[in-house]
Design a protein around this ligand. Structure first.
Ligand code: CP
Length: 300
């Protein structure tokens, strides 16, 4: 049994095994592997896909779910600490799936908990289960993970999905293009991570001029909830809007991914473009999360 807090908790081999397992679950999505297991799904921050796809995964695996989607209805509102909350829940459940607004909260929980913890997103830090479903989607659409060019677009400063994805794809000789306004550029620690590994990246502020050589166009939302000054958010919120016209000159194999939710950064007319893959990507989350759950519990 092990926790998944950062994507670096999984080796390259474990990542590949999880993706293979996800493929098995896609072929056979109803299996009674979690019989008699209770999974706690505790979300201190809003979520649609992550929470519901994890809970769907548990249900498809024959397990049971307890938890909350709003900590205002729990004893946290009476002042109970995260330490005490996690200790209690670890007494009730076999696995904790947790989203929290504080960076490092999931790592702290994993150090307290006697059952595995899966980080379902901690602030602007990491979102490792999203990364595994992104990689599953990349492998499925490109037929490989090696030697691809990924353009990451939008809020690269606060977007936890791009941080995790960068670290995981660094195992596969990826070339990165970072497309962001000056205020939302990829943090220096992630660029240093790539520098140490000798991986190539370039930085751009224009969208349409810089996507033609990409195999994956990874769009992200500007993370309104992370801004302390909403006037700053207003300045950048509509900085990029991907249109069908922009996709005309892109590679035939390119797929547009987005962790979702979308706000305005992809024109809705793109949804019917064969290059759009974001809704299937979110479906892939169920199979990938089935794989993650069974792997961390040592059941596969
Ligand atoms: N991708 C993602 O984390 O979506 P939710 O916030 O809806 O869970």
């Amino acid at each position: 049994m092990k926790s998944l807090v950062s994507i670096t908790d999984f080796s390259k081999d474990e990542i590949l095994k999880t993706l293979d397992l996800a493929s098995e679950f896609e072929n056979n999505p109803n299996q009674n592997i979690l019989n008699n297991k209770v999974v706690a799904s505790i979300f201190f921050e809003p979520s649609t896909r992550t929470r519901l796809s994890f809970e769907t995964a548990v249900n498809r695996l024959g397990g049971r779910v307890i938890g909350f989607s709003d900590s205002a209805n729990t004893s946290v509102s009476k002042g109970e600490t995260l330490k005490d909350t996690i200790s209690m829940i670890a007494n009730y459940a076999d696995l904790i799936i947790m989203r929290h607004h504080i960076e490092g909260a999931a790592r702290y929980a994993s150090e307290i908990s006697r059952v595995p913890v899966i980080n379902a997103g901690d602030g602007a830090n990491q979102h490792p289960s999203q990364t595994l479903l992104d990689m599953y989607s990349i492998k499925k659409t490109q037929g490989k993970l090696e030697n691809l060019t990924i353009a990451m677009v939008g809020d690269l400063k606060y977007g936890r999905t791009v941080h995790s994805l960068l670290m995981a794809m660094s195992h596969f000789n990826t070339t990165f293009k970072f497309i962001a306004p000056a205020e939302l550029q990829m943090p220096v620690e992630y660029k240093n991570y790539l520098n140490k590994l000798g991986l190539k990246y370039s930085e751009h502020t224009e969208l349409s001029d810089n996507i033609d050589d990409a195999d994956i166009l990874y769009m992200t939302r500007v993370q309104r909830e992370r801004f302390s000054d909403l006037l700053e958010y207003e300045k950048v919120k509509n900085i990029y809007i991907l249109t069908n016209e922009m996709l005309e000159k892109t590679k035939p194999n390119v797929k547009v991914l987005h962790p979702l939710p979308r706000v305005s950064e992809i024109d809705i007319n793109v949804d019917d473009n064969p290059k759009a893959y974001y809704f299937t990507q979110s479906l892939n989350g169920v199979y990938t999360r089935m794989a993650i759950i069974t792997y961390v519990l040592g059941l596969k």
